[in-house]
Design a protein around this ligand. Structure first.
Ligand code: PPY
Length: 274
């Protein structure tokens, strides 16, 4: 049976592209209206995996997704980095001069600011995902509208690319996490995502950082989010990577003693090539 992979958005979105990059293209994509719904699909066993964006090199972290990770507690079993290459696409035959409206996902729009600034007469309309914009143009035969989306979307919805690679920063990427509902042993893992709180007093976070430094463990990311209802208290989400598993195990044993509500959200193989 094909792996069922839940994504926020529809087929040919960047989430599906990320899923293809991680699993290959022989998967069943489960289209969802929200990130929360992807987790519900896992919970109801209507999906085997979730692929969820967690950070974009231009827009930054997707903070609500950190909260979902904590609330649902599904293990992270992998990651994938995807370059976000954006193209302007329209129904075949439509000319650039005919266009009045540009539609896309807000992250994609932000990444094309330089291009869009050159054409201030265009009305920019935000939507839930890039592929949905392409699909709408096709279904409603919109001849005055273009979508900013990827090549998968152009192919699947039969649109023509008018302008390639209109993203301002050619090195922009999005990092996606892969989650599942089953406790899966990932072999040879060398990266982990942790979550914890520290006490609100001098040096509490640095104690944790010192443990990592002493054991030669690299912190590749740190993100904090307020703990609801507790002023000046934060959940810290920390990604770490190491060469020696024994050092990782030592670090965990020691960090637990200096933190509150410590959890390992996932252990997986580092996969940060764009
Ligand atoms: O709209 C999409 O295609 C998505 O999957 C969301 C998104 C948009 C832009 C960059 C990364 C993810």
């Amino acid at each position: 049976m094909k792996k069922r992979v839940a994504i926020q958005g529809i087929r040919a979105s960047f989430h599906e592209e990320a899923a293809f990059k991680f699993f290959g293209e022989d998967i069943e994509t489960i289209e969802c209206n929200s990130f929360k719904q992807t987790f519900q699909k896992l919970e109801q066993q209507e999906a085997d995996f979730v692929v969820m964006a967690i950070e974009n090199s231009i827009a930054g972290s997707l903070l609500p997704n950190y909260t979902l990770l904590r609330e649902y507690n599904f293990p992270v079993i992998g990651e994938v980095y995807l370059p976000i290459q954006l193209h302007l696409m329209a129904l075949p035959g439509v000319k650039f001069e005919d266009i009045k409206t540009v539609t896309s996902h807000p992250i994609a729009i932000r990444q094309c600011n330089d291009f869009l600034d050159e054409f201030p007469h265009l009305k920019v309309v935000e939507s839930s995902d890039t592929a949905a914009c392409a699909k709408k143009i096709k279904e409603e035969q919109l001849t005055d509208t273009v979508a900013i989306a990827n090549t998968l979307a152009a192919k699947l919805y039969g649109l023509e690319i008018l302008e390639r690679r209109i993203e301002s920063n050619k090195k922009n990427y999005t990092r996606f996490l892969i989650l599942t509902d089953k406790q899966t042993e990932v072999e040879n893992f060398n990266k982990a995502s942790l979550c914890f709180q520290v006490t609100n007093d001098a040096g509490s976070l640095v104690k944790v950082l010192n443990i990592l430094a002493e054991l030669d463990i690299n912190m590749s990311k740190v993100q904090s989010m307020p703990v609801l209802g507790r002023r000046n208290e934060y959940n810290f989400y920390v990604d770490i990577e190491w060469n020696d598993t024994k050092n990782y195990e030592d670090a965990i044993r020691r960090i637990v003693k200096h933190t509150i509500n410590f959890s390992i959200m996932g252990e997986y193989v580092k996969n940060d090539k764009v």
